[in-house]
Each structure stands twice: as structure tokens, then as C-alpha cells.
Design a protein around this ligand. Structure first.
Ligand code: ADP
Ligand code: DP6
Ligand code: CO
Length: 330
């Protein structure tokens, strides 16, 4: 008998970044991180486990994926098969409503959606906290996409307690303007980039120390609903992470000229009294954290340099959920 499920997961953007593993097999991070889940960007994934299937297969955006990508999926599904004590093979079909591997966190929504779908299809009944420890082993940032709003990934002490914790539903006047400077796949994946940084950057220990302070400070800002403080901590933390990469050997950077243009526009807006703060991930795209009620004004300012198709306004998103039959495009 085949077992099938369809799940949607939204991407998340870290305000306090995860950038480095203390254990690469179990995806245990060097520091706790904290993100905002995004409404506009998400992944829809279908998984069907079927005894008649000779092997796993994986389709992304309608295209059958090669051996390397399929192996990644198989390895991930093995975690669920072990839990269920079965060897049953699967077919996975996924649609990204987010550019793939471009620094817009496709790996976060991808593995949260696949974790959610595998959990349902196999009838494992894992609770969200435990499910986040499974998602983590597909991609670290996926840990946080299980929940909506502001989410902390507690670094924990071992594989069982390194999980996501919902912090706040972000149901206040907060949003993000994404400047999709370049939506092409990056040259250095997050995984390779962070590994090189941990191994070679002399700035790395200082980053870990300061990220530990930043997470305490940002949680206090969220509890106080202090948007300005939240933004200041976010911007500083992201800049520090990018600084570690310049110290790596060989050095690298995800920034492009247009990334700096977007940052300068945000800074100029701030001088005019519009509170907005930038953060960037492993890619050239800039995310402007702002009050949702001011997102349109910020977009207008960005339109002086960027075209409409490069600007995405989003509010905070929700956690994973099963797709209704009408929503099942995959
Ligand atoms: P990003 O900034 O998009 O998260 P990463 O380098 O962290 O970039 O991860 C990109 C990788 O995530 C892809 O190369 C692919 O292996 C995986 N991925 C992306 N989307 C999906 C999906 N829908 N299903 C399964 N894996 C995916
Ligand atoms: C800069 O979660 O994509 O976006 O765990 O190796 O799959 P792997 O990496 P990934 O790294 C995300 C890095 C980041 C910061 C963040 O999302 O916290
Ligand atoms: Co990623």
C-alpha cells in the first residue's frame, strides 16, 4: 500500500545567523540562531512511499534530479525510515516558490516541507519539536522553518535537544522587503562556505562569542516589541557574519555591487526617519527588515535603482502545514 502526503513549508531569514557546525554529521551548530519565517517564499512537497518502487526518485520544479541530489534526499529519508523501521522507497516531488540555492533559504523550506511530508506519509506522529530535529539534519536552517513567526534554534547539547522553539508569532507591525539582486544559484554553497570559515577564519571565535550575546539581546527586544532594537541587533549580527568570510582562506564574499546599493538606500531611508535594517545570507540578496506599514514606502525608494520584479514585500509567515486537495499542484 502506498502512503502519500503533501506539505507546505515557508522559508525563514535568520536575524541572528547560524554560520558554522560543531558537528557536521548531526548538523549541530556553533551557536543558537533566531529567524523570522516568511509568508511569500515557500516550498510545496509531495512524498509517496510505495513498496512497488525499486528506488527513491526526486523531482524539483518538474525536473527529474540527478544522482547527487537524489542521494541527499535518500539519506534524509533514511532518518524517517529508521524511525519507522522500514526500507520502503519513495518518490519526492517538490516545487520551490523561492529561487533555489540563491541565498533566499530554499534549503530551509525544502527540508522542513520534506520532513513534514515524510512524517505524515509514514504516520510517525512526531511532534513539532522532534520534527525540527529531523529537519535539521537535511539543512540546519530548516530546523526553524517548522514554526511560524520568530523562531529560535536552540544549539542544544546533543542531537536530541538541538531543536526549534517558537518565540513570538510576529503578529505586530513587522515585515521584510527582499531585494533579489541576483536569483542565480551561488558558487559557494552555505555548507561549504561555513565550513571554510570555521576552519580558517581567525575572526570566527569572536563571531561565536558575539552571536551568543546577540541572541539574548534580540530575545529581550522581541519580548519588549522594540522594533528599533530588533533591527539594530539584526543588522549588526549579519555584518559580523559576513566579516568572518573576509577573514577566511581563501577569502570570499557573497556581496555584489547591487548589494551595496541596496544597503546604502536603506541607510539613507533611516536618515529620513524610516526605521529599516538590512541583513544578508549566503548570497547577494538583501533583506530589509521594516515595519510592514512602511514596506511600500521602502519599496518605492528601492525602485529608483531596482526593477519591480526584483522587489518582494512579505509579512511574517506561518509554520508547516498539510496542503488542501485544491492546493496540490505537485
Ligand atoms: P539556499 O540559500 O537556497 O538555502 P543552500 O546552498 O543552502 O542555498 O541550499 C541549496 C540546496 O538545497 C540545493 O542545492 C538543493 O540541494 C537543496 N534544495 C533546494 N530546494 C529543494 C527542494 N525543494 N527539495 C529538496 N532539496 C532542495
Ligand atoms: C547564512 O542551513 O543553508 O542562511 O546546514 O549546511 O544546509 P546547511 O546550511 P544552511 O545555512 C544557512 C546559513 C545562513 C544563516 C541562517 O540561515 O541562519
Ligand atoms: Co540554505
Amino acid at each position: 500500500m502506498s502512503k502519500k502526503a503533501y506539505v507546505r513549508a515557508h522559508t525563514n531569514i535568520a536575524l541572528i545567523k547560524y554560520w558554522g557546525k560543531r558537528d557536521e554529521t548531526d548538523f549541530l551548530p556553533m551557536n543558537s540562531s533566531l529567524s523570522m519565517t516568511l509568508d511569500k517564499l515557500y516550498t510545496d512537497t509531495m512524498v509517496v512511499f510505495d513498496e512497488a518502487l525499486p528506488q527513491d526518485s526526486f523531482y524539483l520544479n518538474g525536473e527529474k534530479q540527478g544522482e547527487k541530489e537524489t542521494q541527499k534526499i535518500s539519506k534524509f529519508l533514511n532518518l524517517f525510515r529508521e524511525e519507522k523501521n522500514t526500507a520502503i522507497r519513495a518518490r519526492v516531488e517538490s516545487i520551490n516558490h523561492v529561487p533555489t540555492a540563491a541565498g533566499l533559504a530554499s534549503s530551509a523550506s525544502a527540508f522542513a516541507a520534506l520532513a513534514g511530508a515524510a512524517n505524515l506519509a509514514l504516520g510517525l506522529d512526531l511532534d513539532p519539536q522532534r520534527l525540527s530535529t529531523f529537519a535539521r539534519r537535511g539543512s540546519g536552517s530548516a530546523t526553524r522553518s517548522i514554526y511560524g513567526g520568530f523562531v529560535e534554534w536552540d544549539m542544544g547539547t546533543c542531537s536530541d535537544d538541538s531543536f526549534a522553539v517558537p518565540v513570538d508569532d510576529a503578529g505586530w507591525d513587522i515585515g521584510m522587503v527582499i531585494v533579489a539582486v541576483n536569483q542565480k544559484a551561488k558558487e559557494v554553497s552555505s555548507r561549504i562556505g561555513m565550513k571554510r570559515t570555521v576552519e580558517t577564519s581567525p575572526f570566527y571565535p569572536a563571531w561565536v562569542e558575539s552571536a551568543k550575546r546577540d541572541i539574548l539581546d534580540i530575545k529581550a527586544a522581541i519580548a519588549a516589541k522594540d522594533f528599533i532594537r530588533l533591527g539594530e541587533i539584526t543588522e549588526a549580527n549579519g555584518m559580523k557574519m559576513h566579516g568572518t568570510m573576509l577573514g577566511a582562506e581563501p577569502p570570499f564574499s557573497y556581496w555584489e555591487p547591487d548589494s551595496i546599493v541596496a544597503i546604502k538606500i536603506a541607510q539613507a531611508l533611516r536618515k529620513q526617519g524610516i526605521a529599516c535594517y538590512v541583513t544578508m545570507d549566503a548570497g547577494p540578496n538583501v533583506k530589509v527588515l521594516c515595519r510592514l506599514s512602511q514596506a511600500e514606502t521602502i519599496k518605492q525608494a528601492l525602485l529608483e535603482h531596482f526593477t519591480e520584479d526584483k522587489l518582494i514585500i512579505t509579512k511574517p509567515g506561518k509554520g508547516i502545514r498539510e496542503l488542501t486537495p485544491a492546493e496540490r499542484a505537485v
